[in-house]
Design a protein around this ligand. Structure first.
Ligand code: UDP
Ligand code: GLC
Ligand code: MN
Length: 369
């Protein structure tokens, strides 16, 4: 093949949704380079077929997992051991040069100029700017580099349990040696940075070329109103509403219509939903389930939908429905004092959890989203 390619990775159907949106975003900005996606056995055949309609190459690779639980715990992302699988990108030797993009990135403007850079070019990580963030990097495929990286991984491991800790140890002179390998932040604008330095985001945000939804606030885990097709982001990413909507617009227009129920994870769940139509009871139940999943990974709308008042109302409604007709009913929230715990007085924690659980029983938890 030769030439240049954008490369991403998906180990399951949920992350594949991110890969698909990313690929469409690259096409929308008119990139002239090829698209490749690494998939592992966790990606279903129907999803691979869907990926093949947008990517020039769908390459199966085996999972590489650091299994480094203690460092992953420090990172608060136990699931990221599998990001070692990224290393396979160095084996795509049919290309001369590539840019790796995480599946949780979205390309906002054409950035084909990235291929003028050399290995290993990347932007600083917002958590520790003397490290690069490994969600966007320029590299040269080489079996030799791949072997060395795997050897290095076996001997030295990774300080964060994921690929970023490994790659920063391997390309250890990145911080000091050659400034041309420091990509401007606009090529890997980390969503959390917008929040921690909002004035800079207001000043420079419009220049962003690639946005990276790092952490647990993935676009596909945001609350999305299937009836209005509008995303309703949690406060931590509220300032990114327009960009998140851009992600969902691509999803609704180009991806959702081709999803099938034999896909797994969120892809399979979304295949069962009709967008833009009044919600059926089943759809509302699924929405609740997705919202609960978002809640569990920390996407909580403290001041809005998930506010104390709303939770309290929900508890009262549920209890009223369960109490005998003549029992006194209350909808008044308890005063915010330390010992006011009227609910616990009459119900055990387990009973309370059972009464207020919103997950419909017939929907099984989605795997690994
Ligand atoms: N990834 C994947 N499956 C997983 C976790 C991660 O395919 O279960 C891939 C995907 O390409 C993802 C990348 O590895 O974008 C890095 O993970 P993530 O973006 O979740 O890490 P973060 O950028 O939030 O630290
Ligand atoms: C980071 C990067 C991501 C990487 C992860 C684990 O936050 O954004 O690409 O996979 O750390 O090292
Ligand atoms: Mn990422």
């Amino acid at each position: 093949m030769g030439g240049f390619a954008w490369v991403t990775l998906a180990t399951n159907d949920s992350y594949s949704l991110g890969a698909l949106v990313l690929a469409h975003s690259l096409k929308q900005v008119g990139s002239k380079h090829q698209l490749a996606v690494l998939v592992t056995p966790g990606v279903t055949n129907p999803m691979r077929a869907k990926l093949a309609t947008v990517f020039d190459l769908v390459q199966e690779v085996n999972i590489l997992d650091s299994k480094d639980e203690s460092n992953l715990r420090l990172l608060k992302r136990p699931e990221l051991g599998v990001t070692f699988t990224k290393l396979h990108c160095w084996r795509l030797t049919q290309f001369d040069k590539c840019v790796f993009l995480d599946a949780d990135t979205l390309v906002l403007q054409n950035c084909d100029e990235l291929f003028e850079r050399e290995e290993l070019s990347a932007a600083p990580d917002v958590g520790w700017p003397d490290c690069f963030n490994s969600g966007v990097f320029v590299f040269r495929p080489s079996n030799e580099t791949y072997d060395k990286l795997v050897q290095f991984a076996v001997e030295k491991g990774s300080f964060d349990g994921g690929d970023q800790g490994l790659l920063n140890l391997y390309f250890s002179d990145w911080a000091t040696k050659d400034i041309s390998k420091h990509l401007p932040f606009i090529y890997n604008l980390c969503s959390t940075a917008c929040y921690s330095y909002l004035p800079a985001f207001k000043q420079f945000g419009a220049d962003a070329k690639i946005i990276h939804f790092i952490g647990s606030s993935k676009p596909w885990l945001q609350y999305f109103n299937t009836e209005t097709r509008k995303v309703q982001p949690t406060p931590d990413v509220k300032h990114l509403e327009a960009i998140l909507q851009q992600w969902w617009n691509i999803f609704c227009l180009l991806i959702h219509p081709t999803l099938t129920p034999d896909m797994t994870g969120l892809a399979g769940a979304f295949a069962q939903l009709t967008l833009g139509a009044p919600r059926t009871a089943e759809q509302s139940a699924l929405d609740d389930h997705l919202r609960r999943q978002g809640w569990e990974v920390g996407n909580i709308d403290y001041m809005g939908r998930d506010s104390f008042d709303n939770i309290w109302n929900k508890i009262c409604q549920t209890l009223s429905a369960a109490l005998p007709e003549d029992a006194p009913k209350t909808t008044e929230a308890p005063p915010p004092s330390t010992d006011a715990k009227p609910i616990e007085k009459s119900l055990t924690e387990g009973q309370l959890a059972a009464k207020t659980a919103i997950m419909p029983k017939k929907i099984t938890p989605l795997a690994n989203v």
